[in-house]
Ligand binder design. Structure first.
Ligand SMILES: [Zn+2]
Length: 184
């Protein structure tokens, strides 16, 4: 959806349905929300992160992902990004760097460079050299977005079989999620 085509009345809570898919090469995005952690067991379900988790008790290790809203610059679409630890670590470094520091969201775009395939995949976060302000139109949409924590809750509530694979490879930073399965 192009921002110019965005109708708040039609979408109610903003466009919360599409997941960002990181393609080989450049993936320029603007992070526009805070992150919410999502802890899941591959093909099993969400992890409760305590002694009551049946999957942890089976000896299964959960995987950690972090959800946020982004604007995908290539398509100008708002999408939900699900980043793994390697990307989050790099964003954290930026947030602490004197030149790039930020509290919740950066005032610049970032390019997530994906190189290689499968287990050899690497992700490098490259910040834009200049800050760029969000447009009024973008700000309007951002104000309607669901908190990422709510999206995590909704994903966790969706049926186990619809939970996307989360540990097919440690290097896969985003997963394909069937948007129709998510009760937004
Ligand atoms: Zn668990």
């Amino acid at each position: 959806m192009k921002l110019s085509e965005f109708e708040e009345s039609k979408y109610g809570g903003g466009n919360n349905g599409d997941f960002l898919r990181l393609e080989e090469g450049d993936n320029r995005v603007r992070i526009v929300s805070e992150f919410a952690p999502r802890v899941t067991h591959f093909k099993k379900g969400p992890c409760t992160e305590n002694e009551n988790c049946p999957f942890c008790n089976e000896g299964d290790k959960p995987s950690y992902k972090f959800l946020c809203h982004v604007i995908e610059r290539k398509t100008k679409l708002f999408k939900i990004a699900e980043f793994g630890v390697t990307i989050i670590k790099q964003l954290k470094q930026l947030s602490l760097d004197p030149e790039y520091k930020f509290q919740i969201t950066p005032e610049y775009d970032v390019n997530i460079k994906r190189v290689g395939k499968d287990k050899e995949t690497t992700y490098t976060v490259v910040p834009a050299r200049e800050n760029s302000p969000l447009t009024e139109e973008e700000k309007k949409v951002i104000a309607t977005l669901k908190h990422p924590m709510m999206i995590v809750e909704m994903l966790n509530k969706s049926k186990k079989s619809e939970t996307p694979p989360s540990t097919t490879s440690q290097t896969q930073e985003t997963e394909e999620i069937n948007v129709d399965d998510i009760p937004f």
